[in-house]
Ligand binder design. Structure first.
Ligand code: ADP
Ligand code: ADP
Length: 221
């Protein structure tokens, strides 16, 4: 599903060069639930952003769903990302002055769906995360766990094949974190969605199929 070959990422400013990822070779299979762990600054977010085609590697090749990404124009890349990938972040990234339902509809605005179709799909996504009773609320009126459930609904509304989650339980207590993990596990098991998750939490990582550890930009197992 996702193949990374000899990926290197260097961040350069006029004075500093940081080797954030060094010779990463990684294959994520269809239907896998992979977690990425490692100390702060080891390159986890950089790796996830590269897998999610949000950031470009300095060297190496990325293949997603058998398509080699390097030749893509920005427009094709944006379209591909919108069709195939769903994103979840630690800090939710919801739009506070839009109601929950409108937040969930956002990824569909780039598609040719009609307004009623968008509402239908967003309603279904909210049902899936158990939040159909909060559609007209605003994000500021929700708990952290509820906000993350809205973010998951937004990530799945376009039925992506792959979900990329950066510390999805990082701002939540363990009970709410476990609820979020249960939703992700269901998406993986029942819908066959491939998931790659960055986490600090061994207990969350244990619930996934496979663990990759990074240290200082290098894969250690
Ligand atoms: P993690 O997610 O594991 O905490 P990151 O991927 O955020 O690690 O960062 C990896 C390394 O790259 C760190 O040393 C960090 O300081 C550096 N880094 C990350 N983003 C940038 C950036 N935009 N510019 C320069 N250096 C960066
Ligand atoms: P934090 O760990 O500080 O909460 P996030 O995990 O929320 O950060 O975000 C990780 C990275 O993804 C950041 O570099 C951020 O700029 C980027 N990002 C966040 N939301 C989006 C988005 N909707 N689309 C593209 N990039 C995003």
């Amino acid at each position: 599903m996702i193949k990374l070959k000899n990926i290197e990422k260097v961040y350069r400013t006029s004075t500093i060069e940081t080797l954030a990822l060094n010779e990463i070779n990684l294959e994520v299979g269809k239907g896998e639930f992979l977690s990425i762990m490692g100390p702060s600054g080891c390159g986890k977010s950089t790796l996830l952003n590269i897998m999610g085609l949000l950031d470009e590697p300095s060297k190496g090749e990325i293949t997603v769903d058998n398509e080699t990404i390097s030749g893509f124009s920005d427009k094709k890349l944006a379209h591909f990302r919108n069709q195939k990938l769903g994103f979840i972040f630690q800090s939710y990234h919801l739009i506070n002055d839009l109601p929950v339902l409108d937040n969930v509809e956002l990824p569909l605005l780039y598609r040719s769906s009609s307004a009623s179709e968008r509402t239908q799909l967003a309603t279904e996504a909210l049902q899936k995360v158990g939040l159909s009773n909060r559609m007209k609320h605003y994000p500021t009126q929700l708990s952290g766990g509820q906000k993350q459930r809205v973010a998951i609904a937004r990530a799945i509304v376009g039925r992506p094949e792959i979900i990329l989650a950066d510390e999805p339980t990082g701002n939540l207590d363990s009970a709410m974190g476990n609820e979020i993990m249960d939703i992700l596990i269901n998406l993986n098991k029942n819908d066959g969605t491939t998931i790659v998750m960055v986490t600090h939490d061994e207990n969350m990582a244990k619930k996934t199929n496979r663990l990759v550890r990074l240290f200082d930009g290098t894969q250690v197992m």
